[in-house]
Every structure is written in C-alpha cells, then in structure tokens.
Design a protein around this ligand. Structure first.
Ligand SMILES: *[C@@H]1O[C@H](CO)[C@@H](O)[C@H](O)[C@H]1NC(C)=O
Ligand SMILES: *[C@@H]1O[C@H](CO)[C@@H](O)[C@H](O)[C@H]1NC(C)=O
Ligand SMILES: *[C@@H]1O[C@H](CO)[C@@H](O)[C@H](O)[C@H]1NC(C)=O
Ligand SMILES: *[C@@H]1O[C@H](CO)[C@@H](O)[C@H](O)[C@H]1NC(C)=O
Ligand SMILES: *[C@@H]1O[C@H](CO)[C@@H](O)[C@H](O)[C@H]1NC(C)=O
Ligand SMILES: *[C@@H]1O[C@H](CO)[C@@H](O)[C@H](O)[C@H]1NC(C)=O
Ligand SMILES: *[C@@H]1O[C@H](CO)[C@@H](O)[C@H](O)[C@H]1NC(C)=O
Ligand SMILES: *[C@@H]1O[C@H](CO)[C@@H](O)[C@H](O)[C@H]1NC(C)=O
Ligand SMILES: *[C@@H]1O[C@H](CO)[C@@H](O)[C@H](O)[C@H]1NC(C)=O
Ligand SMILES: *[C@@H]1O[C@H](CO)[C@@H](O)[C@H](O)[C@H]1NC(C)=O
Ligand SMILES: *[C@@H]1O[C@H](CO)[C@@H](O)[C@H](O)[C@H]1NC(C)=O
Ligand SMILES: *[C@@H]1O[C@H](CO)[C@@H](O)[C@H](O)[C@H]1NC(C)=O
Length: 507
C-alpha cells in the first residue's frame, strides 16, 4: 500500500514535471480500441488439467523449450485468446441489424515515417471495429470470466469501472474487408513549454489504404505522402533536417481514429521502449497481482521513470520515442492513454491480431523490431525493457548482430533485484560477446542518470553486473529443465504439480 501511494505521488510529480518541462503534448488524443473474436477467455489459475490437455501440444513444446509461451512475450495468459469477430456478436446475442446500427470506430495507432527517394513514406496501422452497447449486468458477467479469485462485485467502484472498460474493449466486433481513408492535416504543437505553439509544415491531404482490412479488421501498410504545402509551408525532407516533424492523422468518417504521425529523419537516435514493468508497474511475474494491475487498477508509473524520459526528451536533441509493447491490440487505447499522459509523445506498436495464437506470440517482438530497424537503416537505437520477458532477452541482443552498428544501448531492468517475489528466470546468453559499454542491467531508474547515451556510453560502472551468460534467477536453485519451477509463478500449486506429473508421464 505504501509503495502504491509513493508511486502515485511520483506519478503526480511526474505529470506536473512533464507539463512544466514541456514534454510535447500529443495533439489530438489517439483513440479507438480493440477488437475482437470469440475464443473463451482463459483464466489464470484453477486450470482444469484434464480439459487443458487438448491444448497441451503448444504448452508442452514451450515448457520443454524454455518458458511457457504466454509469459515469453511478457504477456500473461489472461491477456491471450480474447474473443474476436463473429464470436463476440453471437456471445452477446447481437443481431446483424443491431450491429449495423452501431457506429464504426478506428484504432489508429501513431505511426512513423521514413524518408525515401519518393518522399515521406508513412506507416498506417490499426484496426476497424464496432463496439456493441453491452448492458452493465452482462459486462459484469463477462468481466468475471477474466477475474480470478475475486469478482467484479468485490472490487472498489473505480476498479469496477476500469474492469468494465477493459471488458467492453475486449468485446468489440472487428470489421474485416472494409476500405479505410485518412485525412492528414498539419500539426500544431506546444513543444517549447513557453506557450508558443508551433505549426509543422505540410498541407492537408487524403490517403486511402490499399485494399481492405484483413479478416481480423487490421491494417498495416506504408503509404507515400504527397508533398503539399500548408500554413507553415512544406514538410522538410528527411535528409535535410534533424527535426522530427508531426502530422495529424484522422480516420475518415469517425472521430475515434485521431492520431499523430512522426516523420523521423534518416539519421538520429530512436529509443524502442517496452511498457509493462519498465514504464508502469504490472508485476506480470505475479499472475494474481498482475491481473488486477492490468485489468482493474489504474496504471501507475514505475518509480521515477517519467523523470528519466522527460530528461532524455529535453536533453537529447530530436530523440525519437517509439513504444513497443506486445500487449494485445484490444487494450492498446488504455496503454496509449497512460503513456501519452506520463511519457513523451511517440510512435507506437502493439500486438496485431494475426499474432494472437500461441506460436506467433513468440515471434511478434522480433517482427516489430525488425520492421522499425529496416525502416531506418541509418539510425541508431536504444532498446529498453525488463528481464521478465524471455523474448526481450533473446531479441534485443540479437539485433546487435542482425543490424550491425545500429544498436547503441540495451537497458534491462533487473526485476528480481527490486522485487524479491519475482522468481522468474531469465537467460543472459544472448549478451555474450557484446561489449559491456553497450548494455546495462540496472536496478532503479536513477541508475540511468549520468550516462552519455548519445555518444554510446551506456554503462554506469557503479552498477554491479552479475551476468553468467546462461539461465539466471531460477528459484530454489533448480536447473533449467526443472519444470516444477513453473509452480513458483504464483499458479495454483496443485495444478502445476499435477501438470508436472502429467508432463513426466507424457515425456
Ligand atoms: C535527399 O533525398 C532526396 C530524395 O531521396 C535525394 O534526391 C537527395 O539527393 C538527397 N539529398 C542529400 C543531400 O543526400
Ligand atoms: C445502451 O443501452 C442502454 C440500455 O440498455 C441505453 O440506455 C443507452 O442509451 C444505450 N447507449 C447507446 C450509446 O446506445
Ligand atoms: C476506456 O477507457 C479509456 C481510457 O480511459 C477511454 O479512452 C475509452 O474510451 C474507454 N472505453 C470505453 C469503452 O469506455
Ligand atoms: C473498397 O474499394 C475497392 C476499390 O475502390 C472496391 O472495389 C471495393 O468494393 C470496396 N470495398 C468495400 C467493402 O466497400
Ligand atoms: C500479420 O499481418 C502482417 C500484415 O498486416 C504480415 O506482415 C504478417 O506477416 C502477419 N503475421 C502473421 C504471423 O501472420
Ligand atoms: C516539397 O516541395 C518543395 C518545393 O519544391 C520543396 O522545397 C520541399 O523540400 C519539398 N518537401 C518534401 C518533403 O519533399
Ligand atoms: C469520408 O466519410 C464521409 C462521412 O462518413 C463519407 O461521406 C465519405 O465518402 C468518406 N470519404 C472517403 C474518401 O471515404
Ligand atoms: C478528433 O479530431 C476531430 C477533429 O479535430 C475532433 O472534432 C474530435 O473531437 C477528435 N476526437 C477525439 C476523440 O478526440
Ligand atoms: C523505408 O521503410 C520501408 C519500410 O520499412 C523500407 O522497406 C525502406 O527500405 C525504407 N527506405 C529507406 C530509404 O530507408
Ligand atoms: C539481478 O538481481 C538479483 C537479485 O539482486 C541478482 O541475484 C542477480 O545477479 C541480478 N542479475 C544481474 C544480471 O545482474
Ligand atoms: C539527463 O540526460 C543527460 C543526457 O543523456 C544526462 O547527461 C544527464 O545525466 C541526465 N540527468 C538526469 C538527472 O537524468
Ligand atoms: C550472481 O548470479 C548467480 C547466478 O544467478 C547467483 O547465484 C549469485 O547469488 C549472484 N550474486 C549476486 C551478488 O547477486
């Protein structure tokens, strides 16, 4: 409780700091939520071993390989397998005409653009969906399917509101095979903190997506922008400026699809930042608490990370912030709301719906990292996350060899150092051969001060590094193949033990 209050105080201070320090206020608030199709929502605990056997194939391979895949991406299994599409419609008993009368919304995720020989090339990505009007009692039933060991009736009123909010974002009906167009407008930004807004260059234009949304209602494509002039003249070419220019991007036909696009110069520094357990307190490694933190409680920043980011935004010229979380697309809007109130504005990535199945879950972070690295072959990158994501532990160091010269720093919060209840093992073997000055395992945000990341000085010699270049942090001194360590994840111990027995028999 005490640390919760401290966290909240820091949050207030940070919020004040970020307004007075002039962290750019994102122009139109990004909107739009999730989508949806039906698979029964899964529970964290109390899993029925017998009925789970059907799905054991992928679970089995992931357990034998390394960790359960639902944790691999830093996403616990209560955030997997959300219902989608027609399954939502039928589970809510919605008629086609009810649905037709429901307005279409667009999740328009802030994109990034690169400079090409044909001009600015902007990534549009997001989802088209309808959000049915669900009665409160029905919402409560649906929310209770996600909650474990508690029910919505037992939560305080503000948490009830939040849980209903998330549930309604999960129960949306995605709109496949629709055409989407965007209206692009020059952006006006209060970026200097002196109350003098500046309007960026570029004029109005319409851009139509090529083809229709996918079967999941998603879209993700780069499109070339025309060079048109507006009140502040033309956009500058990306090889003729170091400034990040912005544009407002509105989905046509709805006011739910407003976002900001970031036109990022050919050279410069980009930070790719994870969110859970680095920018906010999630405690993914403690499923019961992680569930409530994600589903019912307001998002709380992790310690004074907002100060660190505000300082970087101020002191590193033209620093491009890109937030890359593998949280499901359905709840992206809540993540964006939190980030843009607490951290500097920037482009965003979440897990697209076609990466929902267990096998694709493992590859999503790599896919998104490669996409941004390929878009900016001459930029350098700072990568930041925490040790509780096994995909991060693999994918971040892999970028060093895959994109030579492009990784400037890797920062990993050692979650078990500040949270002794995190018994989640992590694998440091990927760091073998990478020079120490390029990366740091750190304990608290202040460890990130007094670095010169612009010049590649990313290691603070006063922070002890205890790296074995192998699996670390295993509980009870168990070896890598000790499947019983999974029980430590806060799961129902008995179920886990049964599973171990089952696995032993099957193997
Ligand atoms: C900038 O980019 C344009 C378009 O790609 C190219 O024609 C021009 O030569 C480049 N200018 C410089 C200085 O590299
Ligand atoms: C949603 O349904 C409730 C009744 O079930 C109704 O009172 C409310 O006006 C509806 N809201 C919208 C936006 O249609
Ligand atoms: C849920 O909360 C978010 C963030 O506060 C808000 O933007 C969104 O409109 C809410 N969604 C619903 C369905 O109430
Ligand atoms: C989308 O646009 C294409 C080309 O203009 C058109 O052929 C197609 O019918 C449109 N699809 C829908 C669902 O309106
Ligand atoms: C998901 O869709 C994107 C395009 O929207 C595509 O590039 C990607 O390969 C797809 N991934 C999977 C796992 O299907
Ligand atoms: C657009 O065209 C104008 C006028 O030719 C030129 O000054 C400007 O650099 C161009 N900007 C971009 C982004 O191509
Ligand atoms: C934009 O939306 C309006 C209103 O919904 C619609 O009439 C118009 O046809 C749309 N324009 C395009 C290019 O899709
Ligand atoms: C989106 O932008 C339009 C045009 O500026 C504005 O009218 C609308 O209120 C915005 N919607 C949201 C949800 O902020
Ligand atoms: C711009 O980004 C696209 C999409 O990632 C990439 O294919 C292309 O090579 C990039 N262009 C340049 C000049 O970097
Ligand atoms: C992380 O912190 C734990 C607990 O203090 C420590 O045992 C471990 O060696 C640290 N890991 C690294 C990579 O420094
Ligand atoms: C702010 O950032 C600069 C540049 O990275 C760094 O030198 C300085 O130590 C930082 N200060 C704090 C208080 O974080
Ligand atoms: C260093 O890591 C090893 C292996 O994970 C662990 O046994 C040891 O306690 C750690 N030492 C410190 C000082 O944290």
């Amino acid at each position: 409780m005490a640390s919760y209050l401290v966290g909240f105080r820091i949050f207030l201070l940070a919020a004040l700091a970020s307004t007075s320090l002039g962290v750019a206020v994102p122009h139109p608030m990004i909107t739009a939520a999730p989508s949806l199709v039906e698979r029964a929502p899964s529970k964290v605990q109390g899993r029925d071993i017998v009925s789970d056997i059907g799905g054991l194939g992928s679970y089995l391979s992931s357990v034998v390989g390394t960790y359960p895949s639902y944790i691999a991406s830093g996403i616990p299994n209560f955030f997997q397998g959300f219902p989608t599409g027609t399954a939502v419609q039928s589970s809510l008993g919605l008629s086609d005409s009810d649905l037709a009368a429901t307005p279409t919304q667009v999740l328009n995720i802030p994109g990034y653009a690169n400079w090409t020989e044909n001009g600015w090339n902007l990534r549009f990505h997001g989802n088209v969906f309808k959000q049915p009007n669900i009665s409160e009692s029905k919402l409560d039933d649906l929310a209770n399917a996600f909650l474990v060991g508690t029910s919505i009736q037992q939560l305080p009123p503000t948490e009830q509101t939040q849980a209903r909010n998330l549930t309604s974002e999960i129960y949306v009906v995605q709109q496949p095979y629709v055409n989407v167009t965007f209206n692009i407008e020059p952006a006006t930004i209060n970026s200097d903190g002196n109350g003098a807004p500046t309007t960026h260059g570029g004029g109005s234009q319409k851009v139509a997506l090529q083809g229709e949304t996918t079967i999941e209602g998603d879209y993700d494509q780069f499109l070339q922008l025309a060079n048109v002039s507006g009140p502040a003249g033309y956009l500058l070419p990306g090889n003729g400026t170091t400034n990040i220019q912005r544009l407002n991007v509105y989905a046509n036909g709805t006011d739910t699809g407003n976002s900001t696009a970031y036109l990022v110069p050919t050279t410069g520094l980009t930070i790719v930042s994870d969110i859970d357990d680095i920018l906010r307190v999630t405690k993914i490694y403690e499923p019961a608490e992680g569930l409530l933190n994600s589903f019912a409680k307001p998002f709380v920043p992790w310690m004074n990370m907002p100060d660190i980011y505000a300082n970087w935004s101020r002191s590193i010229p033209d620093f491009h912030f890109h937030y890359l979380t593998t949280t499901p697309e359905q709840i992206t809007r809540n993540y964006m709301d939190f980030i843009f109130k607490t951290y500097p504005g920037g482009s965003f990535d979440t897990r697209p719906l076609n990466f929902s199945d267990v096998s694709a879950t493992l590859s999503i972070r790599k896919f998104l990292l490669e996409k941004i690295f390929q878009t900016y072959p001459e930029r350098k990158f700072i990568l930041i996350a925490d040790t509780s994501n096994s995909d991060v532990m693999k994918d971040y160091p892999a970028m060093v060899s895959e994109f030579p010269g492009q990784v400037q720093c890797i920062f990993l919060r050692n979650t078990s150092a500040t949270d002794s209840r995190d018994k989640f093992p992590y694998d440091t073997s990927g760091f073998k051969g990478i020079e120490q000055n390029k990366y740091m395992f750190f304990l608290v945000p202040d460890d990130l001060t007094n670095l010169d990341i612009l010049n590649g000085q990313c290691y603070n010699t006063s922070i002890p590094q205890n790296i074995t270049f192998s699996e670390q942090g295993l509980p009870f001194g168990l070896s890598k193949n000790g499947v019983a360590s999974r029980a430590e994840l806060g799961w129902n111990l008995i179920s886990a033990a049964c599973l171990v027995v089952l696995l032993t028999i099957i193997l």
